[in-house]
Design a protein around this ligand. Structure first.
Ligand code: SF4
Ligand code: SF4
Length: 121
């Protein structure tokens, strides 16, 4: 899953995110939406880019076919822009450039878990 890892410090202004895209490579059910996210996305984008669990409590996630977010535009080789950037969920907004999750994604080539990334219980 993912891309080759990238070394070096990420651009603090986020200028290299489109050339990186590592944090947008992850497994299904990673980017979930709460009500404010759904409102920001709007009906058309919700239909195109998200799916709703078929069982209660009916969580909604960005579509993902296995190795990257369905919101990622991979139409241009080597570039990884988000097709819904202005409308992306809060889950994405909290991954700041240079944050632990960003650095982990760049180190692994994808956003996942490793022995150096410990979730609090
Ligand atoms: S891993 Fe960091 S530098 Fe790469 S796209 Fe995500 S936030 Fe940007
Ligand atoms: S919605 Fe956009 S920013 Fe969020 S993981 Fe998907 S491609 Fe990346």
């Amino acid at each position: 899953m993912g891309l080759e890892p990238i070394s070096g410090t990420p651009d603090p202004n986020g200028g290299d995110c489109v050339a990186c895209g590592r944090c947008c490579h992850h497994g299904p059910r990673t980017v979930h939406l709460l009500e404010p996210d759904e409102e920001r996305m709007g009906k058309r984008r919700l239909e195109l880019y998200t799916e709703l669990d078929t069982r209660p409590p009916y969580f909604r996630f960005i579509k993902n076919e296995g190795e990257r977010c369905g919101g990622l535009d991979v139409s241009q080789p080597g570039l990884y822009p988000c097709a819904i950037y202005e409308h992306r969920p809060e889950d994405c907004r909290i991954v700041d450039v240079g944050s632990p999750a960003c650095l982990e994604a760049r180190r692994l080539g994808h956003l996942g878990t490793s022995v150096e990334f410990t979730r609090l219980p």
